[in-house]
Design a protein around this ligand. Sequence first.
Ligand code: DX5
Ligand code: ZN
Length: 215
Amino acid sequence: MIELAPSILSADFSRLGEDVKQIENAGAHLIHVDVMDGHFVPNISYGATVMKSLCGRTQMPFDVHLMIENPDQYIGDFVTEQTEYITVHQEACRHINRTVQHIRSMDVKPGVAINPGTPVSALEYVLEDADLILIMSVNPGFGGQRFIENSVEKVVRLREMIDRKGASAWIQVDGGVNVETGRRLVEAGADVLVAGSAVFRSDDPARVIRELKSF
Ligand code: DX5
Ligand code: ZN
């Protein structure tokens, strides 16, 4: 089954609790938490305080996407009883295996993300240690950008690589996901879809969530 992780980056922050409740009632599985530092990406979003304000307000687990330099320094801040995944960027980690082990040592599932310009082959020796691989299908930093087409091919290649190694990591895709691109990504082998603007900027978020889950 496809899991759906709406990104609260596109939510209305003045009523974040209500927005999250709405997507939970509509059947979303995870809350995707986009953390940006203004260095790794050219934008600043929010930090652990905002995420922690949702603890206990929803049953959905947190899926933390750290788009930050020096992630090792901040991983601990995002560990809560509700944190299921913490994903770091391969490009931001000098010692990615060590960072993945660090996340796992905190009883959180580790994820590794790659930017659109990074080949899937960069994941070859970390694949078996991660629970989640995140293919960025836009350049990270902003919601509402246009989907980069060759991401579908990257998902196909990653699926092959995971199956060849007998690994169990889930494939997540993030950026420009809507009902049309989502369908193609699932056909290519994606397991988890992240969607920000397609859900929160829609007139009917519940319908979009239903459609994205149906593939
Ligand atoms: C982009 C973030 C995404 C973003 C997706 O840097 O990592 O999670 O919120 O937004 P949409 O779905 O609008 O492209
Ligand atoms: Zn994200």
